[in-house]
Design a protein around this ligand. Structure first.
Ligand code: UDP
Ligand code: MG
Length: 311
């Protein structure tokens, strides 16, 4: 972790994975906007890009030392890159944004104004979504699931663009879990929070770096780190199937004793075995998932590995 002497008003943290076409424009537009607000540092976190991203960050840093860079040894993921940026940030307030120009630099003054009305955290909420249909539907399901399982209120339609106080930064730095879901972690901290509508653009250059596998992993991280409800499923299924079994049993006894009808049952036995077997395997899988998380935490490996710093 790195602490410098002077504390800027703002630290902007931007995760970068193969964004060579976006970095220069983003950094130029950001600097124009931020100069009017106060002193600042921009931290680009290169999450193991395979293109020229790191070279571009280095060139910009050489011309302007307020633009800083962290290069990972390999790809660790979006939320891990943000984590590293948080660890290195020095500012009195922190701004997070994506590096693909979907979060628009010119919207920052609106957030800043709201922030200065006395809030600790201002979320950028997108008015309309400019993503594909698949993306919109999957993100709808994702936020619904997270909000209903986690028990914390994580504002929907939030973009990564947000501004928050050093108080929240300090709490986030203390949260060292390996399964990282930044949106949930920030909501979990509490504090005085408000929403601000912002424009959200379609991706300027390049393609989305999320695929179905990465999205699933994020959803799993999100659910397992904010809810133990899946673990309790075993209890609920158990109560349900024991209840059903009990009443079916009563029904068969009644039939045999009072009506004299013998119970035939090959098919019903097969169905019951398959049903119970399926539920047991499902529950075993859920327990395994949590056990895996515990194992990762116990290993206590570093959350990310920095290859190069430009500070
Ligand atoms: N990103 C990253 N590591 C990854 C994937 C993405 O740092 O493994 C960065 C990416 O460069 C971008 C931001 O995270 O700045 C959001 O990614 P993307 O735009 O691909 O996600 P989407 O907007 O499609 O959800
Ligand atoms: Mg994007």
């Amino acid at each position: 972790m790195k602490y410098s002497q002077d504390i800027p008003d703002l630290s902007i943290i931007i995760p970068i994975y193969n964004e060579e076409e976006n970095i220069a424009e983003l950094s130029g537009r950001l600097a124009d906007v931020l100069e009017k607000l106060g002193t600042f540092e921009i931290i680009f976190v290169d999450d193991g890009s395979k293109d020229e991203s790191w070279k571009i960050i280095r060139d910009i840093h050489e011309k302007d030392s307020r633009i800083k860079g962290l290069g990972f040894s390999r790809n660790f993921g979006h939320h891990t890159a943000i984590t590293a940026g948080l660890d290195y940030a020095n500012g009195n307030a922190v701004i997070l944004m994506d590096g693909d120009l979907q979060d628009i630099p010119e919207e920052i003054p609106r957030l800043w104004k709201k922030f200065n009305e006395g809030y600790d955290l201002v979320y950028g909420i997108r008015k309309e979504k400019k993503d594909s249909m698949f993306k919109n539907i999957s993100s709808h399901i994702f936020w619904w699931l997270i909000n209903s399982l986690s028990g914390i209120d994580i504002p929907r339609n939030q973009t990564l663009l947000r501004i928050f106080d050093r108080k929240i930064l300090n709490v986030l730095k203390d949260m060292r879990e390996r399964a990282r879901f930044i949106h949930g972690m920030i909501a979990w901290t509490g504090f005085r929070t408000t929403l601000q509508e912002v424009e959200h653009a379609p991706r300027k250059h390049g393609v989305s770096k999320y695929n179905v596998v990465k999205l699933f992993r994020l959803a799993f991280n999100a659910i397992t780190s904010f809810s133990t409800l899946p673990l309790r499923l075993a209890t609920y299924f158990g109560i349900l199937s024991a209840g059903i079994g009990f009443f079916i049993g009563l029904f068969f006894i009644y039939k045999k004793i009072f009506l004299g009808i013998p119970v035939l049952g090959y098919a019903s036995i097969i169905v019951a075995i398959l049903f119970m077997g399926g539920i047991q395997l499902l529950i075993l899988g859920v327990i395994g998932e949590y056990l895996g998380r515990v194992y990762q935490e116990v290993q206590a490996r570093p959350i990310y590995i920095v290859r190069e710093e430009l500070f």
